[in-house]
Design a protein around this ligand. Sequence first.
Ligand code: SF4
Ligand code: F3S
Ligand code: FES
Length: 232
Amino acid sequence: MRVKLRIKRFNPEKDEAPYWGEYEVEAEPTDRVLDALHYVKWYQDGTLTLRRSCAMGICGSDAMRINGVNRLACKSLLRDMGSTVTVEPILGLPVIKDLVVDMAPFFAQYRSVMPWLINEEAPPARERLQSIEEREVFDDTTKCILCAACTTSCPSFWAKGEYVGPAAIVQAHRFIFDSRDHGAGQRLEILNEPDGVWRCRTIFNCTNACPREIEITRAIGEVKKALLFSRI
Ligand code: SF4
Ligand code: F3S
Ligand code: FES
């Protein structure tokens, strides 16, 4: 198939404003958007800048806005995208160049919820045991690959970049509901702040954007409930 790619280009060192670059690519329907972007970069315009690593949906580095929806370029088949594909950087983070955004604010929000196990007790000789049922409570939120597709598709985040965002709440959820962790109270206090979980207006864009199909809005709801009913 022949595909027209419209890619939002911007080099802050020489462009005054972003512009659309147009490229034609011959591809197989089963090729991914990432393959088409590689083709442009390798054979048509080496200045095109994008971020990717694993090329198989694991590292989370190639989240982009493709045909107006946040997706991973390496998981988006051209046959599902139509004959013209628009590709833009994810919204709400500063653009460094073309499709590459500055992820530092995103990772600062991630760190703010203390995404690590907090347990001051001396570790047992072998391991901290957990039942299957206890593990099940937070299984879904362990799947996050920190791609930022959720946070950068959230209108509450677009409106106020200080909102901690769904990705950080997913990470907090993963530890708040872990029976081995003792830091739930601290994390809930952080998420109870004005830019915490209450900025979520249950818009669901995050859930629709997640390439790992995490039920993000549900996880956010569970954190809100934990705050309201002190179930922790
Ligand atoms: Fe990406 Fe989903 Fe994690 Fe959000 S929750 S960062 S969309 S994997
Ligand atoms: Fe935003 Fe998702 Fe809530 S899109 S408003 S974080 S449900
Ligand atoms: Fe790693 Fe797409 S390149 S998730």
